[in-house]
Structure formats: C-alpha cells, structure tokens
Design a protein around this ligand. Structure first.
Ligand SMILES: Nc1nc2c(c(=O)[nH]1)N[C@H]1C(S)=C(S)[C@@H](COP(=O)(O)O)O[C@H]1N2
Ligand SMILES: [Mo]
Length: 252
C-alpha cells in the first residue's frame, strides 16, 4: 500500500471504530498502528490518543499559520516565570557566552554547542503565534536554527523517535515526536523581532514549536536528548506537562 492509501485506510478504520464502538476501541486501533502518545494510559488516555492519531493522520506535516509583518503584536505578552537561579544569573552576567546546549542520546556525534555555534548553522525565521492554554496569544517573529539542522549536525540515529528538551528551570522539560522535531518550523530561537531573544521570552535560547501550545515552547534550553522511548524519562508520560495534568501532545 502507498503511504497515502495506507493513511486513508488507517484513518477510515479508526473513524469507523470510533463511530461503532466508542473512543476506547478506536484508541486501541490507533495504538496498534503506533499512533499512541506517551500519556496514553489513564482516564484521558483514549482521548489523548485520538487527538494525536487524528493530527498525525489528517494534518500530517502541514505548517502552522504564518502572519504578515504588519500583524506582529506591539506588546507581546511574556508569561510569568519562576525566579531564575544563580546558575542562570552567572551565565547572564557573562553575556551568555558560556551558555551551552548539550545534544546527547541517539546521535552519532554528541555535542555541546554555544550560541555562536548555533548561529553558524542555517538561520530561519517565521512570524507565528504563541498560544497559551489559558486563552491568550501573541504574534512575533522568531529567528533561530531549525532543530533539524542541529540534529543533522550531530548525526541523529535513524532509530530515534523523540527529542526530549530541557530548560535550565528543571521543572520544565518536554518532548516531541520526529514529525515535530524535524518540521521546518521547529526552531531553536535566539532572536525575536528586532533583537536578541529577551530573557522574559526565554532568552538566550528557546524551542519554538508553533504547531503546539505555549507550554511545549520551553524557555532557556540547555539540553536535547534523542531517544526511541520515553518510558525512562520522569514518570514515563513523555514530559513534565502530563505529570501536571496537561496533555503531552498539544497540537493546534
Ligand atoms: N522554562 C520555561 N518555559 C516555559 C514556561 C516557563 O515558565 N518556564 N512557561 C510556558 C507556558 S505555560 C507558556 S504559555 C509559554 C509562554 O510564553 P511567553 O512568555 O512567550 O508568552 O512559555 C512556556 N515555556
Ligand atoms: Mo501556558
């Protein structure tokens, strides 16, 4: 079967099962096709599984909406942050020249990259919206390195299925599947609008995943880990979000 007809076949099967015998059975079928998110167990599991499977089957690799420059928000809203620790402040006082992003796990060439290393890789920009689950949003221009370029530079191994990413704020860590990790709009951003990325917006380095809600867009990125399974990370639900009651997959 071609990729397209397989996709149609699987989608039709999942939709028919959802209609006939409820979402739990449809989620079971989605799981069978490898379309279950890491937080698929528990009471919201079947719903989370259907959301994720439907997005991956129907939306595929479609881009998040991009906006004209005239729509950039005049007063972008920086969400409240927990106070930053001494380790952050020390790096900040050095102009972030000692900031490193460690890339490890399923890569042939693990690396510790500085901001200038990242700036030496291809640059991309996009004007996209940050959407918080609490109901507000703003539009900004985001400038940085495609995550795919960093993974290519570190020789990502083909068996990797997820990229886990960590903030210097230890309670914030997230992960995305390869469809989002390698998506052209997924950027490690170091600049915003007309200047360096401000600390309030996640500077010096933030992952922008515009196809997912605000909370997946982690600020102050210090580490990326490529893995084929999320079971051994935290409570095994894929990221800090489901540990706090939010969905691992937050597609918009
Ligand atoms: N490290 C870190 N990343 C974070 C957060 C945070 O508190 N710390 N908040 C998240 C949430 S809930 C949202 S909605 C967005 C807010 O982005 P903004 O401050 O640019 O509006 O950042 C996300 N990334
Ligand atoms: Mo949020």
């Amino acid at each position: 079967m071609s990729a397209i007809s397989r996709r149609k076949f699987v989608t039709a099967g999942i939709a028919a099962t959802a209609g006939l015998s409820g979402i739990a059975a449809a989620a079971g079928l989605a799981r069978h096709y490898g379309l279950a998110p890491p937080d698929c167990s528990g009471i919201y599991g079947p719903g989370e599984t259907l959301t994720y499977a439907a997005h991956r089957l129907l939306a595929g690799n479609s881009p998040a909406r991009e906006f004209p420059r005239s729509m950039i928000s005049k007063e972008p809203f920086a969400n409240e942050l927990a106070p930053l620790g001494d380790d952050f402040k020390r790096l900040q006082s050095g102009g972030f020249s000692d900031w490193r992003i460690f890339v490890d796990g399923m890569v042939a060439h693990p690396a510790a990259l500085s901001l200038s290393d990242l700036k030496g890789l291809p640059v991309r920009s996009q004007i996209t919206e940050v959407v918080c689950e609490e109901g507000w949003s703003y539009i900004a221009e985001w400038i940085g390195t495609p995550l795919s370029e960093v993974l290519k530079a570190c020789a990502l191994l083909p068996q990797a299925r997820y990229i886990v990413y960590y903030s210097i704020q230890r309670e914030w860590w997230e992960s995305v599947d390869m469809a989002d990790a390698l998506h052209p709009q997924t950027l490690l951003t170091y600049a915003m609008n007309n200047g360096d990325l401000p600390v309030g917006f996640g500077g010096p380095l933030r992952l922008r995943v515009p196809r997912q809600l605000g909370y997946k867009n982690v600020k102050f990125i210090t580490r990326l880990t490529a893995t084929d399974s999320l079971k051994k990370f935290g409570k095994g639900l894929g990221s800090s979000a489901p540990e706090g009651g939010y969905a691992w997959y937050a597609g918009i």
